[in-house]
Write a protein that binds this ligand. Sequence first.
Ligand code: G3P
Length: 217
Amino acid sequence: MKFFIDTANLDQIREAQTLGILDGVTTNPSLMAKEGITGETNILKHYVDICNIVDGDVSAEVIATDFEGMIREGEALAALHPQIVVKIPMVKDGVKACKYFSDKGIKTNVTLIFSAGQALLAAKAGATYMSPFIGRLDDISTDGLGLISEIRLIYDNYGFTTQILAASVRHTMHIMDCAKIGADVMTGPLSAIEGLLKHPLTDIGLAQFLADYKKGN
Ligand code: G3P
């Protein structure tokens, strides 16, 4: 399973990159705003800064919701850097734009997926990735991980190559459950990724090893 970090914070992206396990980055307009990155020029520069830190795919979201606008913005984003993946919302014109970019060999990530039907459409449109938001489904008492299982089944039935990018991942159990189900990618915060490191028996065992070493040296 690929690990993406879901942030526009450059320090956190660098931190995840230095761990050596990072496969890419996802951003969205809310995450950009959270870092105080506003204005088209600054936003575009920020995407390039992110690409220069990591080796893998970097999702950059269009703001337009109409076909022509998405094409215009998506082409400009794709031209920024070879690692850019054009992130498109799951709306009617988004499906058309996804097909357009896929025909041109430009990578896409169809976002704001909340149903298996939307996932099926994204795959039919040739999306590289599509992002079901599991945390936001859990927030409204709906089974986010259940959706990942449903999509995995549908994609495997027909051999769709669109990658299931589990998004809105909030904690370590989301990551582990996505891995068990067979999500291709998960994107989450640094805290959830680093949470995988932790086990009290590791800490106790290490303290004991170090104490025993000191006794004999
Ligand atoms: O990747 C999607 C993500 O940014 C949404 O996460 O926590 O706002 O639901 P969240």
